[in-house]
Ligand binder design. Structure first.
Ligand code: HEM
Ligand SMILES: [Cu+2]
Length: 533
């Protein structure tokens, strides 16, 4: 290590492991980013397949295809896979690829830990999915694993579920530490905090949320474990515990968690909208403050998931008003995106189409959230399909659409090729139509009283459920188009320029496409970049 002649510095490059070991041992942020993204998409398809099972069973009233217990396992594992396996790893993959390039750093600050954060994930999901094949089945208590469903009444595989959840949590925490250390220490000279791209800002804030709440999830899971296997009664009234305590702990994690799944989206949309409007982002600093306010407020609203548990009226009011307060910074963001587009010279390439769909559909999800936040009416909506509609608008046409937008925006940078625009437009239009056929009618099912998490339903819900299921299959199939576009683009296609999007700004567009394996070994000169060299 004392010999630092240039030859020796680069010695390791010539003996890079090949084949599978290249991926197992890699510490490169781009390799790890790609692995996260591929893993995430695999999980998206698997979780999607489970959603198809759910929608097939619900196509008609009555029990046709699966046992109720298996149905419950499908809803539970679908939720867990989509949250922890699809959305969160996709954002970590994007952070790995883009954060170092956006701040002018050569790699993530802690590359070996980065490798570890990724590689423990497949094992966590192997455990979770494997538990479905155990006697008694896999987790069937909902992704929220409320006690006593997850303790007294849970299957024997619950220990595996808890272990898998712990591994996912460790992975997230390590990823978050890496993001924070990278952003605080490795920015190119001149890249002050208020000059960072918003994707970097939103991820920095997300990383703090992750470090704050993943241990809370771990605590809840551990108490479930000891209640079930070691005779404690944290959540068991018979032993002096309280099942409602579980809900408080879970949602103290759970509400910040839903912001973990949306703040990076805000960063992505704030990169794409200016690029295709050919204008600077309207209200940069208000975006930063809004993101920070949303993150701060997210710790004060958890009990809006528990209005029907019989809290004191004062608490109900407190959580109602705090929740409504969040719409203020959220509204600031939506306003800023629209103001950025206002009088811009807009073009509608695929990343922009997804970004616009995000703005419209995420806002619908925000509005239904606002309705749910009104305590007295939540007594009607709670645990109905209205809630299912709400969170799918924010998570699918919100978080997932922003991930699609990001993938299309940066694919040329990652692969060095342009993607097939026609096919990608098919993907967009099929997705945006089917996602609404799938989720919009759910609002009405919920208002009419159809409960969530049931394998059968009353006859009057039949027609709407058939429509919803058709939308579901269509949305699922549409995602295969995305798979084709990405594989084609990775394999070849028209070569991409360093900056394939005319209005795009940021350091990532100053390096060639595909981005070289090591970017910014010497920090870029920000002044030159700004002068347009
Ligand atoms: C203006 C913003 C929002 C408001 C006011 C809001 C409000 C609410 C309320 C009150 C509930 C509880 C409904 C009930 O159980 O009766 C809820 C559920 C939920 N929300 Fe939101 N929400 C907002 C944004 C989001 C975002 C951005 C996400 C995720 C990206 C999200 C994801 C969820 C999920 C997953 C649930 C259901 C959890 C479950 O029971 O499994 N929400 N929301
Ligand atoms: Cu919440």
């Amino acid at each position: 290590m004392t010999d630092t002649t240039p030859d020796n510095l680069h010695g390791d490059h010539h003996h890079k492991p090949r084949g599978i070991m290249r991926w197992v041992l890699t510490t490169n942020h781009k390799d790890i980013g790609s692995m996260y993204l591929i893993f995430s998409f695999t999980m998206f398809l698997l979780g999607g397949a489970m959603a198809m099972v759910i929608r097939a069973e619900l196509f008609q009233p009555g029990l046709q295809l699966v046992e109720p217990n298996f149905f419950n396992q499908m809803t539970t594992v679908h939720g867990l896979i989509m949250v922890f396996g699809a959305v969160m790893p996709a954002f970590t993959g994007l952070a790995n690829w883009m954060v170092p390039m956006m701040i002018g750093a050569p790699d993530m600050a802690l590359p070996r830990m980065n490798n570890w954060s990724f590689w423990i994930l497949p094992f966590a999901f192997l455990l979770l999915i494997g538990s479905l094949f155990m006697e008694g089945g896999g987790p069937n208590f909902g992704w929220t694993f409320y006690a006593p469903l997850s303790t007294t009444y849970s299957p024997d595989s619950t220990g595996l579920f808890v272990f898998a959840l712990h591994i996912m949590g460790i992975s997230s925490i390590m990823g978050a530490i890496n993001v924070i250390v990278t952003i605080t220490n490795m920015r190119a000279p001149g890249m002050t905090y208020m000059k960072m791209p918003l994707f970097v800002w939103t991820w920095l804030i997300t990383a703090f949320l992750l470090i704050a709440v993943m241990p809370v999830l771990a605590g809840a899971a551990t108490m479930v474990l000891t209640d079930k296997y070691f005779g404690t009664s944290f959540f068991d009234a018979a032993g002096g515990g309280d099942p409602v305590l579980f809900q408080h702990i879970f949602w103290f994690f759970g509400h910040p968690e839903v912001y973990i799944m949306i703040l990076p989206s805000f960063g992505i949309i704030s990169a794409i909208v200016p690029a295709f409007s050919r204008k600077r982002l309207f209200g940069y600093s208000s975006m930063v403050y809004a993101t920070a306010s949303i993150a701060g407020l997210s710790f004060l609203v958890w009990a809006h998931h528990m209005f029907t548990t019989g809290m004191p009226v004062f608490a109900e009011l407190f959580f109602m008003f705090c929740t409504m307060l969040i719409s203020v910074p959220t509204g600031v963001k939506v306003f800023n995106w629209v103001a950025t587009m206002w009088r811009g010279s807009l073009t509608f390439e695929v990343p922009m189409l997804f970004a616009i769909a995000f703005i419209v559909l995420f806002t619908i999800g925000g509005f239904s959230g606002l309705m749910l936040a009104i305590t007295p009416v939540d007594f009607q909506y709670h645990d109905t399909y209205f809630v299912v509609a709400h969170f799918h608008y924010v998570l699918v046409s919100g978080a997932v659409f922003s991930i699609m937008a990001a993938a299309y925006y940066w694919l040329p940078k990652w692969t060095g090729h342009m993607f097939n625009e026609t096919l990608a437009k098919w993907h967009f239009w099929c997705s945006v139509i089917s996602v609404n056929v799938l989720f919009f009618p759910m609002h009405f099912l919920g208002l009419a009283g159809m409960p969530r998490r049931i394998p059968d339903y009353a006859l009057q819900f039949a027609d709407v459920n058939a429509i919803v299921s058709i939308g579901g299959f269509a949305f699922g199939l549409s995602q295969l188009i995305f798979l084709v576009v990405v594989i084609q683009c990775a394999r070849g296609g028209a070569p991409a320029a360093a900056k394939p999007w005319e209005g795009a700004e940021g350091l990532e567009w100053t390096v060639p496409s595909p981005a070289p394996y090591h970017t910014f070994e010497t920090p870029p000169d920000l002044k030159e970049v700004r002068d347009g060299h």
